[in-house]
Design a protein around this ligand. Structure first.
Ligand SMILES: Cc1cc2nc3c(=O)[nH]c(=O)nc-3n(C[C@H](O)[C@H](O)[C@H](O)COP(=O)(O)OP(=O)(O)OC[C@H]3O[C@@H](n4cnc5c(N)ncnc54)[C@H](O)[C@@H]3O)c2cc1C
Length: 453
């Protein structure tokens, strides 16, 4: 086949193997036909035209840090990695925007604009690895989204290669604009099922002040959750407001002894980057936390001391990794229902006999229960899967959503149908059919087209 001879395409099985999976638990991957690593939009368009003419599935990939199987291979697919399209095309200092290719790593963009006194806020925990294209395709969030918003709040303009190889430019670089449907919002978070993002213009902000940090310890997780809603209810807007439950704190302490007091059931980490007003914000937080039952509140007196306090949150990922196989889940509930969610997850862990450390972006109500299981033990896997389903059901029951930031991918496709309902699902399918009638774009992910995939 003509495309397979192109110099940016390989069919080497050893290379293909290393591109089959993202980082999701409980997700399978098929055997791909080829891997394309284009360097420019024209090559992406060539892949899509070829795939469309020959009805071959295409799986777009960024850095494969995804946690829902969205970038996993499907049988007979062309894996379309955007990793080589990694140039920052422009930082526009007058208009506070940056235009990048999709393979630019989030931290590379963040550091490049910081040199100009500018700030790109969406900061997923994977910011040193994940790509802007992947962040756009999943509408990634992160720690400081509680104050600044998620990826979709920053995307102004996109170049997208459509399923048949046509190139769409949509959105605009201006600060405002309402001409036509908001196709940018439609594409953001569409997980490679509606088009392939080949260029992104994002809005930037002036750099934030160095933050101050506080840590609050609680003897009951319910008290920590009440603190979150009461503190945000005062109208203050922290730049970070993170939660860790006891199993998470225990994992962190086992990894590195940070001298936490005994009997801790939950910890909140809060930052304010409001310069001279930051100390006042943290004092207000400490007052609310104490009134809600915090056993101890530590407030850093300067940013350097704050770095020591935030260490606890930074170590969560690596500390939980040491626990073994795990599914990093992602549910967002109204902040006022956080306590019920955290208690519910603890009850599910007890019911199914699995460990589920729970942490997350409490300020957004976006929690990450980590279902720990033993992949070599079928019974443990089964109990883990049952616990996962129970967490999905709990999130929906509390008025939340099955995913706050990691996306649907393969992992949550069945649950998406439950969340959307009949009418929502039919509208999703109509959109998918309009943009990808042959169902070649990332089939098996997000929405199923009956009769096509
Ligand atoms: C340690 C760790 C911490 C994480 N922390 C966070 C967090 O705080 N917040 C958060 O939101 N996520 C987090 N994630 C999940 C993940 O990093 C994000 O979903 C990220 O946006 C994926 O980017 P990626 O480049 O790795 O994309 P991939 O995993 O390669 O792809 C993700 C999805 O996007 C599609 N895609 C990729 N590139 C394109 C493109 N150019 N055009 C169209 N579709 C495309 C893929 O088909 C797939 O469906 C974390 C993951 C890890 C491993």
């Amino acid at each position: 086949m003509e495309l397979l001879d192109a110099d940016f395409v390989t069919t080497d099985p050893a290379i293909l193997e290393t591109y089959r999976y993202d980082q999701a638990g409980f997700c399978t991957a098929g055997t791909p036909l080829a891997l394309a690593r284009p360097r420019e939009t024209a090559e992406v368009a060539r892949v899509l035209r070829f795939a469309h003419e020959n009805r071959i599935p295409v799986v777009p990939q960024g850095a494969r840090t995804g946690l829902s199987g969205g970038a996993n291979a499907v049988d007979g697919a062309i894996l379309l990695s955007l990793e080589r399209m990694d140039r920052i095309l422009e930082v526009d200092l007058d208009n506070h925007t940056a235009t990048v290719q999709p393979g630019v790593i989030n931290s590379v963009l963040s550091r490049a604009v910081a040199e100009h006194g500018l700030f790109y806020p969406p900061d997923p925990g994977s910011w040193e690895m994940s790509t802007i294209g992947g962040n756009v395709a999943t509408n990634a969030g992160g720690l400081c989204c509680v104050k600044y918003g998620v990826t979709s709040d920053f995307v102004r303009e996109l170049e997208v290669v459509l399923a048949d190889g046509r190139v769409l430019r949509t959105g605009r670089r201006t600060a405002k604009g309402v001409a036509g449907y908001d196709l940018v919002r439609l594409m953001v978070g569409s997980e490679g099922t509606l088009g392939v993002v080949t260029e992104v213009t994002v809005a930037l902000r002036p750099s934030a002040e160095k933050p101050l940090t506080a840590l609050a310890f609680f003897a009951a997780s319910r008290d920590a959750c009440t603190t979150v809603s009461e503190f945000l209810g005062t109208g203050r807007r922290p730049s970070i407001l993170e939660f860790m439950d006891r199993p998470t704190v225990e994992a962190v302490s086992a990894y590195r002894d940070l001298g936490f007091p005994p009997g801790v059931e939950a910890v909140l980490v809060v930052q304010s980057d409001r310069g001279a007003a930051a100390a006042d914000d943290l004092e207000a937080f400490a007052k609310v936390a104490r009134s809600c039952g915090a056993t101890e509140v530590l407030v850093a007196s300067d940013p350097a001391e704050g770095e020591l306090l935030i260490e606890a949150r930074r170590l969560v990922g690596i500390a939980l990794e040491k626990l073994g196989d795990r599914l990093i889940d992602d549910v967002c509930v109204p902040r006022s229902r956080l306590a019920e969610f955290v208690d519910g997850v603890a009850a599910i862990a007890a019911e199914y006999g699995v460990d589920i450390p729970c942490c997350g972006h409490a300020g957004d109500g976006n929690m990450h229960p980590n279902v720990v299981f033993d992949g070599s033990d079928p019974d443990s896997v089964l109990r883990g899967q049952s616990a996962f389903d129970a967490i999905m059901a709990l999130g929906l029951r509390l008025g939340g959503t099955i995913t706050g930031e990691h996306g649907v991918g393969m992992l949550k496709r069945a649950w998406l149908e439950t969340e959307l309902g009949e009418v929502g699902l039919s509208v999703h399918r109509a959109v998918k059919r309009a943009l990808d009638p042959l169902g070649i774009l990332n089939p098996g992910k997000v929405v199923r087209l009956p009769g096509v995939d």
